[in-house]
Ligand binder design. Structure first.
Ligand SMILES: [Cu+2]
Length: 510
């Protein structure tokens, strides 16, 4: 069903969404969303080894090619799960890049549905940012994929070269699908991967590296009886991927926690420091991550980086709350633990299966010359000058004549309507006001959290952020500054069902 017809239909049944909302997991659980239950036996936790996604090899000088295709993955042991995968794998290959060295990532679409690739956290011009209407149509496509609005963007068939300047700090980025109205099911099916940026500042720090640096993509899924991913209204043939339906507009939660595509995996570690690049790639689930040790205090997580790269100085956490799309770069020290110790990464916001994430087993003593310096990187604090623009964005459930879903300032996403006209280089204050949980993501440049409902930011807000966890009935003020590229960009809720149900806005930079 196209977006327009879906909205018109929902307009007639407008109260349905609101009625169902009351049955969802409330904010007391730390979640906004409804949980799906798997219909097949689930494996015991901590049996499957942790996979580490392969690092993509360039085809030529700074040219990467990724083929988006359907594949069968063995996610649950002995069970085949059809996925949409970058290079047919989930997570996709990790792209490793250097600051100041531009790369081209050529995406070829061999799926049956259009796609859009967004490099999340990338400082990327409009043409390559994954504007939600700039489709890559399937190879040999003959169908008209015009959206329900009759809108089209810069649509190409088969392949698109995304050009990334990579003129940005070292950081943990990720790439994922961003097609208007259909991001939730596409990412859920597997279209997500890591993209790391490295630089000399980071190279000079004695942080854990090599096998002791692990990207960890954490997300939740549910499985149907036949082993496929369970998602509302998903066409199992994957000939089409329908958008989310109104009963699920709160967000889709699964009952299995995957790390790098494996259910509750286990990883053998040296008694040494490890750098973990945590990414919450879930559609809607929030986590409170902690590391439990039998008969001992929890292992602290020492944060060295946020969405936008290195912090000025490390921040020690006993637990880290992560909303969808947030990244936390942390160092964990296993060196004091005896060989044989099992360290479990748990989720304080989960219950049953979702209370566990993964496990580390300390298997050997080892030399370790890494350390966490007291000073990590220069940090430029953004301070809006007196008289700088202050813009308020209200993220709320909404219903207009032709729309039931989510809105920003009462408006469902309309690409041609800009909700903010910002000037290049100016620091502004943006105020995000919420009804329920909304992880708010701004494209083009990272921002800094100034205040939460008039109070100091939370410990998780430190550093450069591109996604901020706005909790129920909260006002989060951030300092925003766009640089280098003029044009239209989006900002949106990164609960993917909210995003697909129109909680997105165009921002124009001039
Ligand atoms: Cu939201």
């Amino acid at each position: 069903m196209s977006r327009l017809s879906r909205r018109s239909f929902l307009g007639l049944l407008g109260v349905a969404g609101a009625a169902v909302a009351g049955c969802g997991l409330g904010s007391a659980s730390g979640q906004t969303g409804e949980q799906l239950t798997s219909a097949l036996p689930l494996p015991k936790p901590f049996r499957v080894p942790l996979p580490v996604p392969p690092v993509a090899k360039p085809m030529g000088k700074d040219l990467y090619q990724i083929t988006q295709r359907m594949a069968q993955a063995e996610i649950l042991p002995g069970v085949r799960t059809p996925i949409l995968g970058y290079d047919g794998i989930f997570p996709g290959p990790t792209i490793e890049t250097r600051r100041g060295r531009p790369v081209i990532v050529r995406h070829r679409n061999e799926l049956h549905v259009p796609t859009v690739v967004h490099l999340h956290g990338g400082h990327t011009p409009h043409e390559h940012d994954g504007w939600p209407l700039d489709l890559v149509l399937p190879v040999g496509n003959t169908r008209d994929w015009r959206s329900g609005h009759g809108l089209t963007g810069d649509t190409v068939e088969g392949e698109r070269d995304y050009r990334y300047p990579m003129d940005q700090r070292a950081a943990t980025l990720w790439y994922h699908d961003h097609r208007m109205d259909f991001t939730g099911p596409a990412v859920y099916r597997g279209l997500a991967g890591f993209h790391l940026v490295r630089d000399e500042i980071e190279d000079a720090l004695p942080l854990p590296s090599g096998d002791r640096e692990l990207p960890l993509m954490i997300c939740d899924r549910a499985f149907a009886e036949d082993g496929s991913f369970r998602y509302p209204s998903l066409d199992q043939e994957m000939r089409s991927v329908p958008g989310v339906e109104d009963e699920w507009m709160e967000g889709v939660l699964g009952d299995v926690v995957l790390v790098n595509g494996a259910p509750w995996p286990v990883h053998e570690v040296d008694a040494a420091r490890y750098r973990l690049r945590l990414l919450n790639a879930s559609n809607a689930r929030r986590y409170r991550i902690a590391l439990t040790v039998p008969n001992g205090p929890d292992l602290p997580l020492t944060q060295i980086g946020s969405d936008g790269g290195l912090l000025a100085a490390p921040v020690r956490h006993q637990a880290i709350e992560m909303a969808p799309a947030e990244r936390f770069d942390v160092v964990v020290d296993f060196s004091e633990l005896p060989v044989g110790t099992e360290v479990t990464m748990v989720n304080g916001l989960g219950s049953g299966g979702t209370a566990n994430v993964m496990r580390f087993t300390v298997v050997r003593q080892a030399a370790d010359d890494s350390r966490i310096p007291d000073r990590l990187a220069e940090f430029e604090r953004l301070t809006p000058p007196p008289g700088a623009p202050v813009r308020t964005f209200r993220f709320t459930r909404g219903r207009t004549n032709d729309h039931t879903g989510w809105t920003i300032n009462g408006r469902p996403f309309h690409p041609a309507t800009s909700l903010a006209d910002s000037r290049l280089g100016e620091v502004e204050t943006w105020r995000f006001v919420s009804d329920v949980h909304h992880p708010v993501h701004v494209h083009l440049d990272p921002f800094q959290v100034l205040r939460r409902s008039g109070r100091a930011p939370r410990p998780y807000d430190t550093g450069w952020k591109d996604t901020v966890d706005v909790r129920p009935a909260e006002v989060v003020e951030v300092a925003v500054r766009f640089t280098d590229y003029r044009g239209a960009f989006v900002m949106h809720c990164h609960n993917l069902e909210h995003e697909d149900m129109a909680m997105m806005a165009t921002v124009t930079v001039s």
